[in-house]
Design a protein around this ligand. Structure first.
Ligand SMILES: [Zn+2]
Length: 378
């Protein structure tokens, strides 16, 4: 297997650490969307091995022995009966709030830790709105590898507390996620630490694809009609698409679910890009759903490609409705998710696009206890 540039197609060896394509990403500066994002491509021999035995961990570039000793993924997948009946839809939940640190981000951290071990690196740095940082801190704590985290000082208390509890070297940034991102890139520039920034390190996308493989297996080897995904940086969306694309390219499946990306109208750079066909960073991104608050989404290009190629669509939800969505999901399914996850309930307003015969999967990415202020203030 190898890294491949998603823009020019240039190959890079998996035996070295690569972030962006050395040509397409050469002029990229932090604060802008990424250019020259790499992805892992499997060669014929890998494909034959994977097809012989469809095991989720065979779909990844590192040895399973390099993985941290903490279970990640294999999260519950079930039909949300009460929610389905209320909205006259066929709604399923993939509950990623029950990962070890309470978020989907553990899927990326898990494989980045394996990457660090494979390359003999003992420190990993990342920028985060809160969840990626607490995830890296938590999953690293199961190993001897150190975590260095840059998060905005205004990140919710629960997420800051997690970073402290796990013993990460925490840097509170008086600024936005985009500012934290730039600081983390500087930090890893000397090559002594591995950078886990989402999208920038291609293994984050690869790790995040694991949910697609699980959904396929948990759904009795069937492809759902739709998957509804909260969108900030666009990396989860890109990862889910990558997982289903790998299954398709291996000849295991013959279709890809339509992906529905959801953003807040106060952090909607990818929604605008999808709608207008033209990318523009936002002047401000200030949604109550802090995990998906970003002015310049790293994976904007891949995210829009995922929506188009899966024949899905994007929606934006009014920020003032998001806490109500948290209540709606919690009171009708028993799952308390954070505001960024609750945006998926925006599809309940889009019923003209959907019908009750189609299986719709809601991807719930972060636990509600991470950010209790939104509920209490409400
Ligand atoms: Zn390139």
């Amino acid at each position: 297997m190898k890294y491949k540039c998603t823009e020019c197609g240039k190959d890079f060896s998996i035996e070295h650490i690569h972030y962006l394509c050395d040509e397409c990403g050469r002029d990229w500066v932090p604060g802008n969307k990424l250019s020259g994002v790499l992805e892992i491509c499997y060669d014929q021999a890998d494909k034959e091995n994977i097809q012989k035995e469809l095991l989720i961990n065979n779909f990844f570039p590192y040895d399973k022995a390099d993985l941290p000793n903490i279970p990640v993924g294999n999260t519950p997948f079930f039909k949300a009966e009460k929610l389905s009946n209320k909205h006259n839809l066929n709604l399923w939940i993939k509950n990623d709030t029950v990962n070890p640190t309470g978020s989907y981000k553990d899927r990326a951290s898990y494989w980045v830790l394996a990457q660090a071990k494979h390359h003999n690196i003992n420190k990993i740095v990342c920028a985060s709105t809160g969840n990626a940082g607490s995830s890296l801190a938590g999953i690293s704590a199961a190993t001897d590898i150190k975590a260095k985290i840059f998060i905005p000082a205004k990140a919710p208390l629960g997420k800051r507390a997690q970073n402290i509890a796990y013993g990460a070297d925490l840097d509170l940034v008086e600024g936005s996620y985009d500012d934290a991102y730039a600081l983390s890139i500087d930090y890893s520039a000397d090559g002594k630490s591995l950078n886990r920034n989402t999208g920038y390190n291609p293994i984050t996308i690869e790790g995040k694809k694991s949910v697609a493989l699980e959904i396929y297996q948990q759904n009795n080897n069937k492809i759902p009609a739709y998957i509804v995904i909260p969108v900030g940086d666009g990396v989860i969306l890109s990862g889910v698409y990558k997982g289903f694309k790998d299954l398709l390219e291996l000849g295991i499946t013959n279709s890809i679910p339509k992906l529905i990306g959801v953003q807040s109208n106060k952090s909607n750079a990818i929604y605008n890009y999808w709608k207008n066909g033209e990318y523009k960073s936002l002047e401000h991104a200030d949604t109550i759903a802090d995990s998906i608050s970003v002015k310049s989404p790293a994976c904007a290009d891949l995210a829009v490609r995922a929506i188009r190629e899966s024949h899905g669509f994007m929606i934006e939800v009014d920020d003032s409705l998001i806490v109500g969505f948290q209540f709606e999901i919690a009171r009708n399914s028993g799952i308390f998710c954070e505001p960024s996850s609750a945006v998926v309930a925006g599809i309940f307003e889009e019923k003209y696009m959907l019908n009750k015969d189609q299986q719709i999967v809601l991807l719930l990415t972060g636990h509600g206890l991470k950010d209790v202020n939104s509920i209490l203030n409400y």
